[in-house]
Design a protein around this ligand. Sequence first.
Ligand code: NAP
Ligand code: GDD
Length: 339
Amino acid sequence: MITGVTGQDGSYLAKLLLDKGYTVLGAARRSASVNLWRLDYLGIRDKVKLVPMELLEFTNICRVIQDNKPDEFYNLAAQSFVAASFEMPLYTADADAIAVARILEAIRHYSPETRFYQASTSEMFGKVQEVPQIESTPFYPRSPYGVAKLYGHWITVNYRESFGLHASSGILFNHESPLRGLEFVTRKITAGLANVKHGHRSHIELGNMDAKRDWGFAGDFVEGMWRMLQQDTSGDYVLSTNETHTVRKFVELAASALDMNIEWSGEGVDEVGTDTKTGKQVVTINPQFYRPAEVDLLIGNSEKAQTVLGWKRQMSFEGLVESMAKADNDRAVDSSVKN
Ligand code: NAP
Ligand code: GDD
């Protein structure tokens, strides 16, 4: 069972499990029209059995777990956009923190043999206390999202230690793909620049260009989630690429993959990126996209996952940016393609 099956990671994980011969129950929240474009993109829409599940509704979660008693339960559903968490901190706490306790309680009572995976995050390191970040690095979250996820992480550890559940927490650094939501900076850049290239818009507006992230490919990361649940004992694992790059660098590589060449001028809010091939200003700064508190630098060290799980990322940073830019170029050419 996968919560958040309609999201980026949920859809890649569903594909991975189906390819391994699993029966996949996709827990999706009720909606007049469930958002299935990613399952369509991966060609698995008809292979995933959708089960209605709302993170905020305890009775619903209990019934679904009692009825299905899944062998493995991957909790990927969340309000996952950091910027939005500053606008809706209470909803974020309910969906990203308390919901984890709801699920663990339901598993403890109705299906204690179920192996549980919690989608924890490098955002919990926030204002980083050491470089690079590993499993034992002290946490210092910098957003309501990071704070909520920290509760989700610790309640997972607590249910493992208190009740002996097979409950693992994956502390995942940023991972992206052509299926990434458009509000996250990577997809905003690749989709935005592809649309600039094809004349659908004049430019894109970004916030903090100096932020550094450890960006990997989502398809590689879901493999690590699965490996955690195949261990005899549960635990906590960092998954990362062990490299970090600025948002600015991401823009440069995405532009290059789209046959543009960005030259920077100005500083701070006056910084501008010009495409030297057309002479047009294609990137400007809008302070609206700055955050009340920023995570300036993330870089992980996934040595534990490499040693214990035998996990290693396959796709390079450059390959990731290129694949996202090319997918968005195709979408910009064929505007009938969804997302
Ligand atoms: P995503 O694309 O935003 O997907 C989030 C999923 O959660 C969607 O399927 C969404 O359903 C569902 N959801 C949201 N609120 C819900 C609710 N109240 N009840 C039921 N379902 C709800 O996120 P992602 O990038 O795949 O990330 C997966 C998980 O990993 C998240 O928990 C995220 O916080 C965590 N994480 C992500 C990264 C990353 O870099 N991607 C890194 C570390 C941790 P709808 O389709 O209906 O909106
Ligand atoms: N979204 C966005 N939009 N971010 C921008 C922009 C912009 O216009 N301009 C600069 N940024 C900067 C943000 O300030 C941040 O420092 C960085 O780009 C990455 O932002 P996001 O792509 O929104 O991701 P995130 O790092 O905040 O959060 C993602 O990764 C976490 C793991 O570290 C999400 O996937 C979280 O769910 C995940 O836990």
